[in-house]
Design a protein around this ligand. Sequence first.
Ligand code: NAP
Length: 248
Amino acid sequence: MGLLDGKIAIITGGSRGIGAAIVRKFMNEGASVAFTYRSSSAKADAIVAEFADSADRIIAIQSDASKYDEAESLVNQVIEKFGTVHILVNNAGITKDTLMLRMSEEQWDGVMEVNLKSVFNVTKHVIKPMMKNRLGSIINMSSVVGVFGNAGQANYAASKAGIIGFSKSIAKEVGSRNIRCNAVAPGFIATEMTDELDESTKKAYTDSIPLKRFGQGDDVANMCVFLGSDLSSYISGQVLSVCGAMNT
Ligand code: NAP
């Protein structure tokens, strides 16, 4: 028996990092999983191949989450294959870090479109089937940076703070239909996104984390399993940190 047996999930940005960890955990807990990627088709294919024994429960779809029409087509494809959708994990995200003095309009817009507009795009298209089912869990990947702010990440922090306001509003709007919506706020997690940091920055961050290490994708994926499962059936409208006590 898995915690997500019979549940149908969409996970955006599942080809790498935290999203790939969520895909694997959801598969291992019995969910049917449709995950997206933007360009890493080889990595996406490799994840699908890992689950050859359960090939009927997993599909990888190339879909740019920042594009409204592609989000609509994604949800339609998932409903065609699996019948409905019970869990949405809006995980896709990017950084374009720089100080405000140097930040271009392109760097601002690019981050807002991939990180924040994407959450609107995909949520918009799963709401109807979830309302019909009177069941749903929407999990939006924010960040501790969306709570605290961070120098050099005004665009990223604003997108992640926006996700928190969005999540709380959706929780209030559709709670009466038994749809829950929460934001997860990871601290520093070891993925390709944080690999870009130089060693001295990584050391400074590690020193500032009470648990004295970066988190792993699995640490965040475990929270998503909990939020997707019935174990969290009375938890909605919250920001749940997975940060080794950074956000304390
Ligand atoms: P990552 O390793 O860079 O992976 C990003 C994933 O998002 C990839 O699967 C990528 O697909 C996908 N993606 C990017 N743009 C997309 C788009 N327009 N449409 C669809 N998919 C897209 O990042 P990560 O570290 O796992 O981060 C995952 C989420 O957690 C992000 O929202 C990030 O902001 C958040 N987060 C991360 C940390 C951290 O420390 N790592 C901390 C707090 C929050 P491709 O492989 O095709 O490019």
